[in-house]
Structure formats: structure tokens, C-alpha cells
Write a protein of this length. Structure first.
Length: 696
């Protein structure tokens, strides 16, 4: 096969071009090609300088992630970069697109860097639970300083070319043809000494470790569970104490050690899972989608208003419908308040707020929805109301409009059945608050047309969401699993735990808030309503449901919005409430339960096992297409720690036999709600993991 790297002589400058679509990843063929092309350029007596550039849409945007965890094939990247660093002719890296990770490290191994105006430069390894492993922690501080380098490395976020030029990371911004500009730049530096970043000391104040000390203290609070950020600070500190070549060796050792950590494996799993979630089995990628140039939202309450904001933020004109003038006025005022808050906090300019508000139109008439390309229903969570709404939409929506329900639990097929166009109906389950939460469950009904499902997934991307396809059942994927472990958490209260015990264990596991803090935030009344709906459809011989949440809701303790729920609130600070403890103890007594001390270990095992066992059932029923889809839903929708990779990945790391043993133990102790999933039992017996199902 031809090499993805070529060498050509243009005048007195040799041009090394990487052409490895789609992102010019630095896999083995590219690394070998770079060495061969560099040797050719150095041996070319007519070439007085060299330019390193890339074809396609971007400069190399990092290593080939698929090679992580596999035996390295020489030449490894830091060896390639060292070859460029030692070149006897000036080498100019010409950057466009995104020069990320190993791509930026390669550019820093060159003598000079120039960039197109739209280029972005960064070291995103921290987002994969890693540190730069090919000299990035040593070269970047030398060229821009310790504190700015820590900022770039620890955030992982790229900076634009203009900022890189100001920081000194690039030497020139090239307007017009990048290759021609880079060649001209190279011709201009032929007679100059060969500068190398490794030799720079001007940004290093060896007696000042204040930025390092401050960052360690900050990380101890903000990233206490994470290993890579602290290792990154350790690596950067080496620029003050360790000779460059020795520091490169140690950096490489630190990088390789991190590659093998569960946290990095989890982060890489999430990286691929996010991308895999965009694929809907049975629907080819080339399936045409319906154009969405205008939208409508039914309901201007919390969810409807949030969804309206999502469309306006994406540049899509949106009409929001309410039942009466007061409700509409209240909803539009809430939308404006949201935007005003962003302006007040300096996160949006007034003119941008005005532009987005200008895309929003309120109405009281269904007839005003007739021209919308997509209509999202976000009315009260009641099947009769939703059926009435969709019957009306069926008469006014134009042919080909996508009709979506934002229901969080109800049957999308039953809703679609009241229309004469069930193929146009799907669920778009936004999570609250809709403008902030990244997750969007795209619910595929039994009649949903392939192009409508593809359109829903595409719309999610347009709205800046992580869209995940799911099937129809009560609660779909995210809420169905959550309601199962929420039930277990409430039963733990009956047996002897308190809300603060359960929540503390879950926070220590890595969740941003515990189960009962989350219920208080979302609204105890919301969960009470779901519980009442579930009871209407629950088999008569089903296991009883606990009543603690019901009793709290009946006292109108709805959570943060009323200042009291499972906790009492001072502002947003949750405080244990003796009244709730008394209520819980009283409920245990009513049920004849002798309360006991429940260990943190049991609390965690019961919550995790309930989550995983229900996740396995969701997979059995094909409600979730892939285990990784459940992980994506839980990371982006429920705050499951990304560094644990999601519940199904976490179960694989723990070991499915151990998870099954927990489920079987709780089944013996607590009854049929703990019946092991047949899928979980089969995989454990066969020595397989959930990951083995990814290609099914």
C-alpha cells in the first residue's frame, strides 16, 4: 500500500504531506511515513528547509486511539518527534483544522509553527484519563509558561490560532494559501539558527512553584477521584528539576501507566460509546433525513420552555403554543429570564440574546403550527391529554412534519396510534434542564419510519445533544433503570438507612448527588406522580411499593422548590431533617421491620446491582441496542461518573460473576424484584462481558 505520507520538493523547500483521512491520525503507517519522508528531505541536497503539512480537513489531530493498550509498533510517536527535533534543516509545521494531542506534540518538535486563521491547538489527553505522552508536558511549559501550560493540559480544551500566536505557541498566522505561506516562511528562516523548544528556559522560574502548588490544591477538591490530573502536574513540574531527555522518558512511563488504569480505559470506552450511539441498527447512515428549518413546541412550562430555548439556540425559528394567555405570558417571561441571566453573568452578549429571543414566537392557536417541520409536545404527563394533543396535531401539521412527544415514561406507540401518520411520530425525551443537559433519548416506535428516526437523531446533533436511540417501554432506558434503583434506595430507608447515608455513599462512588438529593431537585411531586401512574398498571400480585416518598409528597414537601423534601433546605444547601427521620422510623414500625445498621458496602452493592440487573433486562428486551448506549445515557443524563465508564462498563470491570453473586444474594433475601436477568446469568456463566454484545 502507498504510504500516507509523501515528500515533494517545491523550489528550495521540501514539503512533507500527511494524507490519512479522516483526521490524519498518527497511526503506525503515518509514523513510519513521517520518518521516511524526513530522511528523504534531509538527504535532498536541493532542499534548504522543510515544511510539514497535512491534506484534507486537518493537521494530525492526535494518536490513533485504537492502538492504545496494544503493544507499540516502532517507531513510536515520541521517537518520531525526536527525529524532527534533531533535524539539521529548519522544519516548519503548517497547522490547519485541529492540531491536537500527538499532532500538537509533533508540531512542537519542529523548529517553527505557522497556522491558518481557523486552526485550533490543544492537548486533550486528559479527557481520556491520560497525560500527553510524546513531550507535550515538557515542551508546552517551555514555550508558553508553566501556568498557561497547566491550563491547557488540565482542561484539554483547544485554543484558537490567534491565542496561540499571542502565547508564542505559533510563530505566524498565515492568511490565504497555507502551504504557499509556510514555504515562504521556511525560505525566510533558512539562514537563522535552528531554535528548539527543548532548549528554552525563558518561561521557567525555577524558584516559583506557586502555580503547581495552587493547582494541586484545586485538584484535591475538584478532581479528587481522578488520577491523570495529578500526574499531569507531576509531569509539568519536571521541567524545573529533570533534564529534558530524562523527563521525556519519565513522561512516557507515566503515560503508559495511565493507559492501563481503569479510569483511562473507562474514558476511552466513553469516547467510542458516544460515537457508536449515533448509529441506529437497521437504519443505514445514508438514510435521508427531513429538513428542519422551523419548529413548534406545545407547552411553555419548564420543559417546553427549555426545549424552545434549545431550538432558538440552534438558530431554528420556533413557535411555542400554550392553552391560555397567562400561561403563555408566564412561559415566555421564563424564557427571557433565562437569557437575561446569561447576559448578567457575562455568558452571552445582549445582541445575541435579542437574536435568539427574536426566533421565538408565542401563540394560542394550533393553526399557527401548520408550517413547522418538527413539532415537539411537552404538555402534562398524562396519556389522555397527550392523545388529545396528537389528534389535533394530526389535523393541522403539514404532511411530512416530524411529530415528537417529550414524554418521559408513557407509551409512544399508544400516542402515535391516535394519528393517521404513526410513521411520522417518535419520542424526543429531553432531560431537565433541557438547555443544559446533553442527553436526548430518541424513542423509536414500532411504526416510526426509518427517515423519521434518522431525522430525530440528526436533529439531536443539530441541537448540540448526545442523541441515543431507544425503544418503547415504561421509562424507556434511563428512567426505567433509575426507577428500579430508586425503589431499592427507598427500601433501604425502610430497613435502617437514612437519606443522607444513601446519598453520601453514592457521592463517594462519584455521582454528583445522591438519589434523594436528585429526587428533591427534580421534584418529589414528579416522582409521586410517576409512582401513581405505575400503580395503575402494576399487576395485582406484584411486590408492594414503599410509601415513604408518597407520605413526603402528601405533606407537600416537593423538594428544593418548596424548601423541604427528603431534606430541608437553606437556599440550595440540603440539611438532614429530624422530621423525615421520624417519618422513616415510623414507617418501618408500621411495617413491622426491625431497623438495622446497613453498611456502606451493602448500600453501594444494592444500588449498583439493581442498576446493572435492570440494564441487562433492558438489553434483553432490545429497548437499548447496545450496553454502551446505557453507559452514554447514564453519563450524560444521570451524572454517572465518566471515569467509571457507565454502569455496564463498570460491571464488566468489577466482573459479571461478582455482580451476579450480589443479585442472587439479594434475590434470596428480598424476593422476586431481585430475580437475576437471564442475560446477566448467561454472560457470567460463559465468562463473557457486556462488551461482548456490542456487535450484536
Amino acid at each position: 500500500m502507498p504510504s500516507p505520507v509523501s515528500y515533494t520538493l517545491k523550489g528550495k523547500v521540501g514539503v512533507i504531506t500527511v494524507d490519512n483521512p479522516p483526521v490524519n491520525a498518527l497511526g503506525h503507517p503515518v509514523r513510519a511515513g513521517l520518518v521516511a519522508a524526513l530522511d528523504q528531505g534531509l538527504a535532498d541536497k536541493q532542499a534548504e528547509a522543510l515544511v510539514l503539512i497535512a491534506a484534507g480537513r486537518t493537521f494530525p489531530s492526535g494518536a490513533d486511539v485504537r492502538e492504545f493498550g496494544k503493544p507499540p509498533i516502532p517507531p513510536i510517536l515520541f521517537e518520531v518527534i525526536n527525529r524532527f527535533d534533531a533535524a539539521t534543516k529548519p522544519v516548519v509545521a503548517a497547522l490547519h483544522g485541529t492540531a491536537l494531542g500527538g499532532g500538537l506534540e509533533l508540531a512542537m518538535g519542529c523548529n517553527y509553527r505557522v497556522a491558518a486563521p481557523g486552526a485550533r491547538l490543544g492537548l486533550p489527553e486528559i479527557k481520556l484519563g491520560l497525560i500527553p505522552g510524546a513531550g507535550g508536558t515538557q515542551r508546552l511549559p517551555r514555550v508558553i509558561g508553566i501556568e498557561p501550560a497547566l491550563g491547557m493540559i488540565l482542561s484539554g480544551d483547544p485554543i484558537p490560532a490567534a491565542a496561540a500566536k499571542q502565547a508564542g505557541l505559533i510563530d505566524a498566522v498565515i492568511d490565504g494559501d497555507l502551504e504557499a505561506g509556510a514555504i515562504a516562511f521556511a525560505e525566510g528562516v533558512v539562514a537563522q539558527p535552528l531554535p528548539r523548544i527543548r532548549d528554552r528556559t525563558d518561561h521557567l522560574a525555577k524558584d516559583d512553584r506557586a502555580p503547581l502548588t495552587a493547582k494541586r490544591a484545586e485538584l484535591a477538591k475538584s478532581a479528587k477521584h481522578l488520577v491523570a490530573p495529578q500526574r499531569a502536574v507531576d509531569a509539568v513540574e519536571m521541567v524545573l528539576d529533570v533534564p529534558f531527555d530524562e523527563a521525556l522518558k519519565r513522561e512516557r512511563e507515566m503515560f503508559l501507566a495511565l493507559v492501563e488504569t481503569p479510569q483511562s480505559k473507562a474514558a476511552r470506552h466513553v469516547f467510542f460509546a458516544d460515537r457508536e450511539a449515533a448509529r441506529v441498527p437497521g437504519i443505514p447512515a445514508e438514510t435521508p433525513t427531513r429538513t428542519v428549518k422551523s419548529a413548534a413546541v406545545l407547552g411553555a412550562g419548564t420543559m417546553g420552555g427549555g426545549i424552545t430555548i434549545c431550538f432558538a439556540n440552534a438558530g431554528i425559528p420556533v413557535t411555542v403554543l400554550e392553552a391560555d394567555a397567562k400561561a403563555l405570558e408566564r412561559g415566555l417571561a421564563g424564557i427571557r429570564k433565562n437569557y437575561d441571566s446569561l447576559v448578567e453573568r457575562g455568558r452571552m452578549k445582549p445582541e445575541e440574546r435579542d437574536a435568539r429571543l427574536g426566533r421565538i414566537k408565542g401563540t394560542l392557536s394550533f393553526d399557527d403550527l401548520a408550517g413547522a417541520d418538527v413539532i415537539v409536545e411537552a404538555v402534562f404527563e398524562d396519556m389522555a391529554i397527550k392523545k388529545e394533543v396528537f389528534s389535533k396535531l394530526d389535523t393541522v401539521a403539514k404532511p411530512g412534519a416530524v411529530l415528537a412527544t417529550n414524554t418521559s415514561t408513557l407509551d409512544v406507540d399508544e400516542i402515535a396510534a391516535v394519528t393517521k401518520r404513526p410513521g411520522d411520530v417518535l419520542g424526543l425525551h429531553f432531560f431537565s434542564p433541557a438547555p443544559i443537559m446533553r442527553l436526548l433519548e430518541v424513542v423509536r416506535g414500532k411504526a416510526t419510519a426509518p427517515e423519521v428516526m434518522a431525522s430525530g437523531m440528526s436533529l439531536g446533533k443539530t441541537l448540540g445533544k448526545t442523541a441515543v436511540p431507544v425503544g418503547v417501554c415504561f421509562g424507556f432506558v434511563g428512567n426505567r433503570i433509575m426507577l428500579r434503583y430508586a425503589l431499592e434506595a427507598e427500601l433501604l430507608l425502610e430497613e435502617g438507612a437514612l437519606p443522607q447515608d444513601v446519598d453520601r455513599v453514592l457521592r463517594e462512588f462519584g455521582l454528583p448527588m445522591g438519589m434523594f438529593g436528585m429526587v428533591d431537585l427534580a421534584g418529589v411531586d414528579v416522582f409521586y406522580f410517576i409512582r401513581q401512574h405505575e400503580m395503575k398498571h402494576r399487576p395485582k400480585d406484584a411486590e408492594r411499593l414503599p410509601r415513604i416518598l408518597d407520605r413526603i409528597a402528601q405533606q407537600k414537601r416537593y423538594g428544593q422548590k418548596t424548601g423541604a423534601g427528603f431534606y430541608r433546605y437553606e437556599g440550595r444547601t440540603a440539611l438532614p431533617d429530624p422530621a423525615i427521620e421520624a417519618l422513616i422510623v415510623e414507617e418501618s414500625k408500621r411495617l413491622g421491620i426491625n431497623r438495622r445498621t446497613i453498611s456502606d458496602d451493602e448500600i453501594l452493592r444494592r444500588i449498583v446491582a439493581a442498576m446493572v440487573n435492570e440494564g441487562a433486562r433492558v438489553l434483553e428486551e432490545n429497548i437499548a441496542y447496545r450496553p454502551s448506549d446505557i453507559d452514554v445515557i447514564y453519563i450524560h443524563g444521570f451524572g454517572f461518573p465518566a471515569w467509571r465508564g457507565g454502569p455496564m462498563f463498570h460491571a464488566d470491570l468489577v466482573g459479571l460473576p461478582k455482580i451476579l453473586a450480589d443479585v442472587e444474594e439479594f434475590h434470596r433475601r428480598h424476593g422476586e424484584r431481585w430475580k437475576p436477568s437471564s442475560l446477566l446469568a448467561r454472560l457470567a456463566a460463559e465468562g463473557k462481558s457486556f462488551a461482548s454484545l456490542q456487535g450484536r
